[in-house]
Design a protein around this ligand. Structure first.
Ligand code: COA
Length: 278
């Protein structure tokens, strides 16, 4: 596939030394890419996921290159569980400087046949999970004089995206939540921003794409189809990578983000601006 350039160092080594970053959905995909970069820059990263099997190899990979990483089994839909887990992270590490609300789930399904549970499941993971985690870290950040919350949104709801009613509604909600929390919590020094990624072909995305009716059913052909899509539909002519998103998260979490709150930063190679050529 048309792959992104290999990552080049952009940020100062040690930029996040001494800081604690909590990344939900941090074991795989974009979340892991974000955790990797923050850890590379000195942060202790706590990777949260429902699935211990996603966390173990991720934490191991980070530790094997000398990063400081820990895992946290957590269902972001469980408000009480989130509160307790965040309290335990704060008690153990004494701080939470950065929260990245990345945990998300989705699948393609026609709206007319989407079950109530399917709708609820995605809304609760994406939107409620973002709210519960933000609400839980707020007092920890407030008591330390501030912090950075970065929500992972998307661009698909700017136009609408068939078969994704649940996810587009949830991400539109995340954008609204980002702006509202930014206003409410600015006085506590808590910056709340979002990053809206364009297509990032993580393993999960490739599988979902390959499962679409009318699409190639193996991952290799799916990659070729995505490559073709990137050339036609993305002005910068490539798919994105977790590092593309991680760089923006790191920027927002760094002192460069000091005067930025309530912003939704689109990182998509120009995709959404360009009318789909389909
Ligand atoms: N099409 C239609 N409905 C689907 C579906 C699909 N592909 N996948 C799940 N659902 C429905 C289930 O049938 C269930 O509804 P029901 O009880 O009425 O049958 C509901 O969604 C919840 O499914 P379940 O598997 O129990 O969900 P969960 O709450 O444990 O997990 C997801 C939800 C979204 C995480 C899970 O479906 C998933 O793993 N999705 C793919 C991976 C993914 O999203 N990766 C992230 C990419 S950004």
């Amino acid at each position: 596939m048309t792959t992104p350039q290999p990552p080049v160092p952009v940020f100062r080594p040690g930029l996040f030394d001494g800081q604690l970053a909590l990344v939900t959905g941090g074991g795989t995909g974009i979340g892991f890419g974000v955790a990797q970069l923050l850890a590379e820059l000195g942060a202790t990263v706590v990777l949260a996921s429902r699935n211990q099997a996603h966390l173990d190899p991720a934490v191991e990979q980070l530790r094997s290159v000398g990063r400081k990483a820990a895992s946290l089994v957590l269902d972001v839909r469980d408000a009480d569980g989130v509160k307790a887990a965040v309290r335990s992270v704060a008690d153990t590490h004494g701080r939470i400087d950065v929260l990245v609300n990345n945990a998300a789930g989705n699948f393609y399904v026609p709206s007319e046949s989407m079950s109530a549970n399917a709708w609820r499941s995605v809304l609760e993971i994406d939107l409620s999970g973002t709210f519960f985690c933000s609400q839980a870290v707020m007092p920890v950040m407030r008591d330390r004089g501030g912090g950075r919350i970065v929500n992972i949104s998307m661009t698909l709801h700017y136009r609408g995206w068939p078969l994704m009613a649940h996810a587009t509604a949830a991400k539109a909600g995340i954008d609204a939540l980002t702006r509202t929390l930014a206003l409410e919590w600015a006085r506590h020094g808590i910056r709340v921003n979002a990053v809206a990624p364009g297509p990032i072909p993580t393993e999960g995305v490739k599988k979902a794409f390959a499962a679409l009716p009318g699409q190639p059913h193996d991952v290799f052909s799916a990659e070729r189809a995505m490559d073709d899509y990137a050339r036609r539909a993305i002005p910068l002519a490539r798919m994105g990578s977790p590092r593309d998103i991680a760089n923006m998260v790191a920027f927002l979490a760094s002192p460069a983000g000091d005067w930025i709150t309530g912003a939704i930063m689109v990182v998509d190679g120009g995709e959404w601006l360009q009318k789909s050529p389909n």
